[in-house]
Design a protein around this ligand. Sequence first.
Ligand code: C2E
Ligand code: CA
Ligand code: CA
Length: 749
Amino acid sequence: MKWAKKNLPATIVVIAVLIIFAVIASLGYTQYLKKEYDKEITNKLENFSKSGAEKTHRMMMQVYGNIKGYSKILTNLDDYESQQQTKLLEELCKDSGYISIGVADTEGRLAATNGMKLNVSTSENFKMSMQGKSWITSMFVEGISNQVLVLSVPIEKDDIISGVIFAICEEFYFEQALRIEEYPNDGITLLVSGDGTVVCKSSNAAGIQIGNNLFDELEISGKNDDSDIDKLRNGMETAREGRLNIWLDGSSYMYYRPLENHDWYIMVMIPKNVMVTGNDKVISSAYIVIAFFIILYLITFLIVRHMQRSNHKKIERIAYVDELTGGISFEKFKRDAADIIKDGDGKPYAMVSIDIDKFKVINDIFGYEEGNRVIRYIWSIINEIVGQDETFAHRRADQFVILLNYEDEQKMMERIEALSEMVRQRESLNEKNYEIILSIGIYIINKETDDDFVLDNAIDRAELAKQSVKGKHNQFYAVYDEKLRQKILRDQEIESRMERALERQEFKVYYQPKYDSRTCELNGAEALVRWYNDKTGMIFPNEFIPLFESNGFIVELDKYMFRQVCKDIRSWLDEGYKVVPVSVNLSQLQFYNLHFIEEYREILEKYDVSPEYVQLELTETTLFSEESILNKIIDKLHDIGFKILMDDFGTGYSSLNMLKNVPIDILKLDKSFVDDIGDRKVDIVVSTIVSLGQSLDMKIVAEGVETKEQYEFLRDIFCDEIQGYYFSRPIAEKEYRQKLIKEADIIGC
Ligand code: C2E
Ligand code: CA
Ligand code: CA
């Protein structure tokens, strides 16, 4: 889980950064495009308005010019109201297409075609033209229904203004000027006077509809900001040009530009949707691309996450599920147990380590399937007794771990005993009828007294407690306690010293003589190790051999012993003693290193000792494992000339099987049989073993013979050799050598 958790945020961060980067980059890009697009629109509007303004200006100048031309004709006439003048005006009007043409004197008295007469002295046209300007206004004129354009041009002679010519034309007179080529259809161009009056508009106004006053229209639409309208008013008052976004029948762009020589404005208005250009498409496609990439990133992210999750689930399943039992794995157990203990608020718990006695035998004899069945069976029994706030798992091979609530010692022992009993009473597992015995080690976790509590230590300690009961017949569980701790400390101490001890030759060979049962002659000896250290004194093998077996050092020690024995034999031979065979113990671990045969042979050669003087003692456990390999090894040892002795015969589970399959030379009857001599049944068993062995051409040695009765019984059933305290304890070389001097020493028997 940790793996995935560690990796997931990294992926999220990377993907988030990518998305943010993509969004920023594309927003920046679209922003840039928008600006460019806006610039382009402004440019276009500017150009449209310019071309409209220029055309209008040109047309105005042309019209003014024409009218001015009339003034030239008219100024020759003194009386502008004369009939002749009226006639002339009418002719001009007919030719030019104006609605009416008139002439006003300096007082503002106007005479026009159709006999129209009025005073225009207060009109804007008159005032402006009297100042020398040609002018144009839009207005309603009595007698003409539509709004019309009134044009006025001063009549000048010798720089003196002698009157004003007026011409009235239809409002759409300038419409043509407002028509702009390449202008979009839906756009409109307006000619607007300073107060917002729409003087003229282009006819191509299919899109935007507009009434008489622009400001009114803008206000009525209700969608234009007052600030925008003010901006337009200000701009128009100060004769500036500018751009606005307005709402008239829809959102539109607008550009206003003052006309030269007049206070009118050209305004172009184009609906926004009409102005959609290539850029707009680029922007929308940019948005599509952004969206595409974001979706792509998200999909990638989701896929990666999904894969991570499913991988994680797979890994979790591999890591957290025990294949064999289907229960939780040892790893998961450790996590769960740690959580339970943490949540338990200092409540005591017990860590229990369990394994099955002689599980290897079950596997060897009944096969792995049966072994697996037993493991699953035990798992199911533990499952029954484990409650809430407790957990357990199959660890490996035949091992289980359980975390139990610990109320008090008695309650816990009851549960442990019940578990052991349930396992033992397995009934219908299958027809194979054998008993399953558990070895159980317990470590009480008390967090209050165990400041630096570590779960692994608790498991190790339960395991150590379990190992301390292994192979003990009278005890199947042990609690890790001070005594056990001391033993472990001592083992650690031994381990720290063993190598130095070997260098310093602190290991000594003791010889325990073996005697011919009939003649009581010295017939041989067994080499047994003793560890002598000035500080600790004599240490016996029971204290260190099991430890050396477990840490592998026994291999070194056995070789050392073998070498010492060969050395001793060499010196005895050199000194002319009659040497009898010495048997040397060989740990089963030797068989894992096949070089040992060669090494032993070299040692023999080095000391020039004949193999007939050395025998090798193997224990039955050694003999059981890998029978075919074992036979090969024994064959090789036989080839060298060694005699093979089977130690502790009768304690193993397949002693008889072994007799027929493995080429053994000498059987050593275990002390446990000798101890029970006197018991009728044991006597029968012992004498049967002796005669059976002998009939298979084996010699029989009895070990641990302590009493006269035992000796006599063994002698009477023709057991070949006797080893035991009754004749001699294991003795130092010096002492043993003396026995050799008294060659064929016969002890009174
Ligand atoms: P083992 O090979 O079965 O050796 C016989 C043990 O029985 C020896 O104990 C011996 O002193 C003891 N013994 C002999 N006669 C009597 C008797 O009449 N009464 C009693 N009560 N005991 C008797 P020891 O020397 O303490 O050795 C114990 C075990 O340590 C040996 O059992 C053997 O398995 C192992 N061992 C000793 N030396 C070596 C060694 O050099 N290499 C290996 N691999 N194992 C060794
Ligand atoms: Ca032995
Ligand atoms: Ca033995």
